[in-house]
Design a protein around this ligand. Sequence first.
Ligand code: EPZ
Length: 416
Amino acid sequence: MGDYYIQGGRALEGEVQVQGAKNSVLPILAATILHPGTSVLKNCPRLRDVEASIQILRHLGCKARWEGDALIVDASAPERWDIPDHLMRSMRSSVIFLGAILSRFGRAELSMPGGCELGPRPIDLHLAALRQLGAVIDEGGGRLRCEAADLRGRELTLSMPSVGATENAVLAACGSRGTTTILNAAREPEIMDLENFLAAMGCRVHGGGSSTITVEGRQPTHDAVHTVMPDRIVAATYLAAAAAAGGDIVLRGVDYRHLSTVTAALHEAGCLVESGEDAIRLQRRGRLRAIRPVRTAPYPGFPTDAQAVLMAALLRSQGTTVFVENIFDSRYRHVDELCRLGADIRVEGRVAVVCGVERLQGAAMESTDLRGGAAMVVAALAAEGESRIGSTAHIRRGYEDILRDLRQLGAAAEER
Ligand code: EPZ
């Protein structure tokens, strides 16, 4: 796994197909456990986090194999309901398997998920929702021991619209007797995609994408085929790259409605953005200008996952842009690395102030986390000379091959 070397200063031109969504396929892979049969996931991205999920499924006794871009999971005869520590630590979002394992087996044992580069990643909302459905969960010794022989549907309210807690509650509700209504559910499009997969399997879930989701539990299930939705954050990343480097690109296979707050910000900065049925075109000529404060928020607000890449696109803009990161406690770790290029960014707690500079100089950077690393790639495209980005394993968690896609758009980028 080599470092990324990027020669900045070249405009991007051309078209690229956007990969399937990481944050959709991960809960869907957990959901395959619900059905004692086969699930075919088309447009499944080949990512390190997908590989980690496949290892967990195989540990549980499921089979998983690739056929082109389709991942085929056979959950007909799983034997285990535990996830060992090393597999839990391989992917922070592995807690998403908890609800599905409880639904299938009535019990589960896994270690507490570690924190991550974004700060502590508590799961209190996940556990509160599962306990309301009847799960008995012991949290001693850094492990979760869960008994749920008789999950019962009911109305439950999330104290905040957590994406993962919503997904865990839906998957546990699928194995519960009766009806579950989840109030204050997260509204991210990936939850709608999870609902579509569950419906293809025979589950009865309604309201995905809204704040109120209802689940009729214990429906008979059957083999399912599902096409994973496009990755809106990868799309946002490539739009930010074209905004940073200049040029004229078209993204294919995207639903522009899923990233309207990002395209609105880029339009305000001076890009020409045109949206079609399953494509977005972005043109950037001339210098970008600073925009009104960017406040991250749960969907449909500005996505926290696009904060770093939009910041990278604005480093050479005219004026000052304020960012407020409201979702995660530590999501500015990319700032010090971007300042090595000559960027002028100051951070005070949740606020980052970006003062646009005329020029950036290529430099050596170390990727700090998934989206921070992607931001370094975006910024390097706007810098003069060569930049090197190390610790690229972070980036591969969420991007199938960011250099392949950017080279297709004319970037001078290689891995050594
Ligand atoms: C999902 O994480 C995504 N990951 C994240 O994407 C994304 O940033 C996040 O949603 C917000 O959109 C996946 O879908 C795999 P949350 P998740 O639960 O589910 C706090 C990326 O870059 N919280 O909505 O973990 C939590 O600490 C990744 O692709 C609790 O306090 O997000 C955070 O501050 C990064 N208690 C906030 O809520 C809980 O029980 C939002 O978390 C759960 C969460």
